[in-house]
Design a protein. Structure first.
Length: 254
């Protein structure tokens, strides 16, 4: 499984439109920004602003109506990158154990049983589920199920990890614990994360940069670089300063 040593993803004048019973709906319009290799980039904005649609374009699930996505140092472009996706819903197979859920993408790729079993166990180790490999989803808590989903996305060693509000359904204590897991995995792997969230505090805690989107048709309202050392103290004055600035960017003219 070879890697594409991309340096930057350029998103230029991206537009997304859908046909609906009421006519043509423009979800996003003239979206342009870069994703730097090895960063955590958060996308925030009001409900319905197209954050998930943008993530679906990056994951390859939908095609943009307008614009382009170019990847530096990757001959195959976006399609040439391995991408892992973690959704808000756990999307686990209830009839498979945690390990067998993680193995699924490796199985689809035709890896032999011993190899995919080893890789799956390593991924579960990374997310702190070493002792739960043989548990079925119904025996796992919500937070543990989402750890399995993260392990599954990590298992085939993606170049780009896309996360769509993965912890939104969890209680605050568990969300903060799993946000810490994201930072741990980012440090250990050096991977590029694009993370959609409704939570301003989550964005300030996780991100190197935050892209703020407007309501439909969605455009970019602003960009905020979070220059705070990690680990980040949620109670620090500087953390609160970034939180208030991000709140201002989101709320103005919404």
């Amino acid at each position: 499984m070879s890697h594409q040593d991309f340096t930057r993803i350029h998103i230029e004048h991206l537009g997304i439109s859908y046909n609906t019973p009421a006519g043509r709906l423009t979800a996003m319009e003239d979206i342009s920004f870069n994703i730097e290799r090895g960063e955590i980039l958060c996308l925030v904005g009001p409900s319905g602003c197209g954050k998930s649609s943008l993530l679906n374009v990056l994951s390859g699930f939908i095609m943009p109506t307008k614009g382009s996505i170019e990847v530096e140092n990757c001959a195959g472009g976006l399609a040439g990158l391995r991408r892992g996706v973690v959704f808000q819903e756990y999307a686990l197979f209830p009839w498979r154990t945690a390990r067998r859920n993680v193995e699924f993408s490796l199985e689809v790729r035709g890896l032999p049983v011993p190899q995919r079993r080893e890789i799956a166990q390593q991924a579960l180790d990374q997310v702190g589920l070493t002792k739960f490999a043989d548990f079925y989803p119904h025996r796992l808590s919500g937070g543990m199920r989402q750890r399995v989903a993260v392990a599954r996305a990590l298992a085939f060693d993606p170049d780009l990890l896309l996360m769509d509000e993965p912890f939104a359904a969890l209680d605050e204590e568990m969300r903060e614990e799993l946000q810490g897991l994201v930072i741990k995995l980012w440090r250990e792997t050096g991977k590029t994360f694009v993370y959609v969230t409704h939570s301003i505090q989550e964005a300030v805690f996780l991100a190197d940069r935050v892209i703020v989107l407007t309501r439909n048709p969605s455009r970019i309202r602003g960009e905020l670089t979070i220059e705070l050392p990690r680990p980040r103290d949620r109670l620090a004055d500087k953390f609160d300063t970034y939180r208030r600035e991000l709140t201002r960017l989101i709320r103005v003219h919404t």
